[in-house]
Design a protein around this ligand. Structure first.
Ligand code: ZN
Length: 331
């Protein structure tokens, strides 16, 4: 049972702990016309090079499965929150700027999608990118690597791509394959794409509830005009009174799509695999640092770059659902 004395951010997390969300934002249709910028710069000071000079293991891609993953600094005590703060600091980022504990939406997003902040690649600087500029600015700094997998061109952070390619090779050697689901959006996405997906549900639900007389035209206009963060907050508030924004207007919009700017795909640390149902494929991905970290989002894998055995020490807990496992923040 919770107590009223927990920290504000923890209280919100507990408040929403029963809800799971879908961060994969399966596109309603395949979209083209995404911005295709090719940023070149990268973070220089984060130790995010592909080799691992700090931990005394000079072997590289010839290592055996699972042995190539060595965390840069290892977990710190204190569970998820402490490791979240530590990893951002390691990357020159500030945890207090990453999430506002008094903001229920941000706290919820951290609880749902927060595993990504433990990545050994470059973590996102905040739980919610506020604009295209912010998201693409991060993507430029983190570095973008392209590759063709299963005939589809995808983009990820360099470390994430290297690990995915290695997993793909290992799968091939076993007569399996690891390929992108739903085209190039299986990996990197733009902010505008996450906004489009949000609007595909949000606008439809506004029409629905206006027709039902539950929202007035004035309310609809006002909601449409709100800044995104406030819009998300008010949508979640309306849902408490049964005005739902998911596809069938009977559940939270977060079961259909996530809030704009919050996708792990924006951080280029997520990959949706067609073969997600194959336990052997999941095992190969896990051995290369790719884990499922968003409950109920079955095809969605997140690049953590950590060994599975280390994950509890980083503050993640394993949840088993529908025959599969997810590693989520233990908060
Ligand atoms: Zn996904």
């Amino acid at each position: 049972m919770t107590t009223p004395s927990v920290l504000p951010w923890a209280r919100f997390i507990l408040l929403f702990a029963g809800l799971a969300a879908v961060s994969c934002y399966q596109p309603v249709s395949n979209s083209s016309g995404q911005p295709d910028d090719k940023p070149e710069t990268s973070y220089a000071s984060t130790g995010s090079e592909s080799a691992d000079p700090e931990n005394g293991s000079p072997e590289s891609d010839q290592q055996k499965e699972g042995n190539q993953l060595e965390s840069l600094e290892g977990p710190v005590g204190g569970g998820f929150r402490a490791n979240f703060e530590s990893n951002l600091k390691r990357n020159g980022m500030d945890a207090s700027a990453a999430v506002d504990p008094s903001n229920a939406v941000e706290s919820r997003i951290l609880a749902e999608y927060g595993a990504v902040f433990l990545t050994q690649a470059v973590p996102p600087p905040k739980v919610m990118f506020g604009s295209e500029e912010e998201a693409s600015g991060f993507q430029s700094k983190a570095g973008v690597e392209s590759a063709v997998l299963g005939g589809t061109s995808i983009e990820l952070q360099p470390k994430a791509m290297a690990a995915l390619k290695k997993a793909s090779e290992e799968a091939k050697a076993k007569g399996l394959s690891i390929t992108p689901r739903d085209g190039s959006e299986a990996a990197r996405r733009s902010y505008s794409k996450t906004l489009d997906l949000w609007n595909s549900r949000f606008l439809k639900a506004l029409d629905h509830w206006r027709a039902k007389g539950r929202l007035s035209s004035d309310q609809v206009s006002r909601l449409k005009g709100l800044p995104i963060k406030q819009q998300v907050s008010e949508v979640l508030e309306l849902e408490k009174s049964g005005i739902y924004f998911n596809t069938f207007f009977n559940n939270s919009i977060l079961y259909s799509v996530a809030a704009p700017g919050t996708s792990q795909h924006l951080s280029m640390l997520a990959f949706d695999a067609s073969e997600f149902q194959n336990p052997e494929v999941r095992k190969i991905l896990a051995a290369n640092g790719w884990f499922r970290t968003v409950q109920n989002d079955e095809p969605h894998f997140t690049f953590l770059g950590l060994k599975e055995s280390e994950l509890p020490a980083y503050g993640l807990k394993k949840v088993s659902k529908n025959g599969g496992e997810y590693w989520i923040p233990d908060v």
